[in-house]
Ligand binder design. Structure first.
Ligand SMILES: *Cc1c(COP(=O)(O)O)cnc(C)c1O
Length: 226
């Protein structure tokens, strides 16, 4: 299957899920996660109109950005775990960071964003599954970290992000997506947090049904990572 066919398939899955949930499919955005994928496939996606691209390792973000040129058309998203000492590179390249999970990281990104690229959109990543090995702040800390992000004039909060515990059955993700949406509502609703970044290749329908506005999709667009 070509990238064009896969993109169409993803869009059809989103439209179906949105219709079932009574949501506007246009309110659901796709971020093409290019990690580990050959650059020819990334170029194919761009040729098909993909503009929002995501990477989850800093070195790979830097390399991709160099490889594809500094096109003002492309919008780079960073979705992986971010250490404060790498905040500078990410703030230089990415326009959206989905993985802010501490006040310290918010402060460092805020400092770097103002010095370099201008305003940076960020998501607060929450570890709703409480898994020890996963990034994201605990739900109980979300209020405090959110307040820290809002103190940074060069950052703009878009919403909440989560990566649920892996389950083979996509339905297994539903309680975690729902928990993220409920946390959003408890923290001030869509006025304060307009976006929910949740849902990947295998569970995107469930995420759309639970209110996702940004899906982070890799394999369903590019095929299995080599
Ligand atoms: C790799 C990755 C994705 C994409 O996963 P797929 O299952 O390939 O769609 C989404 N979000 C994050 C944080 C990732 O690291």
């Amino acid at each position: 299957m070509t990238v064009a066919q896969r993109l169409a398939q993803v869009r059809a899955r989103i439209d179906g899920a949105a219709r079932r949930a009574g949501r506007d499919p246009e309110a659901v955005h796709v971020l093409a996660v290019t990690k580990k994928q050959p650059v020819e496939l990334v170029r194919e996606a761009i040729a098909c109109g993909a503009r929002d691209l995501g990477e989850s390792y800093v070195q790979e973000l830097v390399a991709r950005h160099r490889e594809l040129g500094d096109s003002p058309d492309l919008c780079w998203h960073f979705v992986g775990h971010l250490q404060t000492n790498k905040a500078k590179d990410v703030a230089r390249i990415a326009r959206v960071v989905h993985s802010v999970d501490s006040a310290r990281l918010a402060h460092e990104l805020g400092r770097r964003a103002s010095a370099d690229a201008g305003r940076l959109d960020v998501f607060l990543q929450v570890n709703v599954g409480g898994e020890a090995q996963k990034s994201g702040c605990a739900p109980a800390q979300a209020k405090e970290v959110l307040a820290a992000i809002e103190l940074e004039p060069s950052l703009r909060v878009r919403g909440l992000m989560t990566v649920p515990p892996h389950t083979d059955d996509p339905e297994g993700a539903r309680p975690f997506f729902r928990a993220l949406r409920e946390l959003r509502d408890a923290l001030g609703g869509s006025q304060r947090l307009p976006d929910l970044s949740m849902g990947m290749s295998h569970d995107l329908e469930v995420a759309v049904e639970e209110g996702a506005t940004w899906l982070r999709i890799g394999t369903a667009i590019f095929g299995e990572r080599p």
